[in-house]
Design a protein around this ligand. Structure first.
Ligand SMILES: [Zn+2]
Length: 219
């Protein structure tokens, strides 16, 4: 009683989950545009902190330079700093964080969340998606071999397509194994907190977006 209904943007504190190849990045961009909230990709904020030589960026770089993984607490600090910025007040979409239950526990101490979206694609389809992916060397557009019909140039800009080093079968298998071990437990974690909504990622990107927006409108 008396509590004003929040505007849509105020209840858009979103975590996006999904295996490598599930199309998480594409959906994050669409959601961010639709609701005018920042898309926070951990890769991007790492690069920014390192480039600007922030204290936490310098620490992160010291691990990366030695070829080591950045410890959870450093990653958590970087995300915490980013979420404290003004543009996150009415919402955000987190992409690539949390990656494990330890990070998820820490995130709950930093901010409330409104929803965790899991873009689900069956594992056997992820392998085919990733190993068949070809990327444009000019504009970065992604294609799949099944739709290229033998072409090897970009429909948008005409540059050559290539296969990313980490899209070979062995590396993909390793990336999926890491995901299953570390990140999949998050699905149970968020389900137990009644925050999880699963979206069928095994359809074309526009259909996934429609389903995602439908879920968000009903929050
Ligand atoms: Zn291109």
């Amino acid at each position: 009683m008396g509590t004003p209904t929040p505007e849509i943007g105020e209840k858009m504190k979103i975590v996006l989950l999904g295996a490598p190849g599930a199309g998480k990045g594409t959906q994050a961009v669409k959601i961010a545009e639709k609701y005018n909230i920042p898309h926070i990709s951990t890769g991007d904020i790492f690069r920014k902190n390192i480039k600007e030589q922030t204290p936490i960026g310098v620490i992160a770089k010291s691990y990366i330079d030695k070829g080591n993984l950045v410890p959870d607490d450093v990653t958590i600090e970087i995300v915490k700093n980013r979420l404290a910025e003004d543009d996150c007040k009415k919402g955000f979409i987190l992409d690539g964080f949390p990656r494990n239950v330890y990070q998820a526990e820490a995130l709950l101490n930093i901010t409330e969340l409104n929803v965790v979206l899991d873009i689900h694609v069956p594992t056997e389809n992820l392998m085919a998606r990733l190993t068949g992916r070809r990327v444009c060397s000019g504009c970065g557009e992604s294609y799949h071999v099944t739709t290229l019909e033998g072409r090897n140039t970009c429909a948008r800009c005409g540059e050559n397509l290539y296969q990313r080093d980490d899209d070979n079968e062995q590396t993909v298998a390793e990336r999926l194994a890491v995901y299953h071990k570390q990140t999949e437990p998050l699905i149970e974690f968020y389900k137990a907190k009644a925050l999880l909504k699963t979206v069928n990622g095994d359809q074309d990107a526009d259909a996934v977006t429609a389903e995602v927006l439908n879920v968000l409108e009903r929050l």
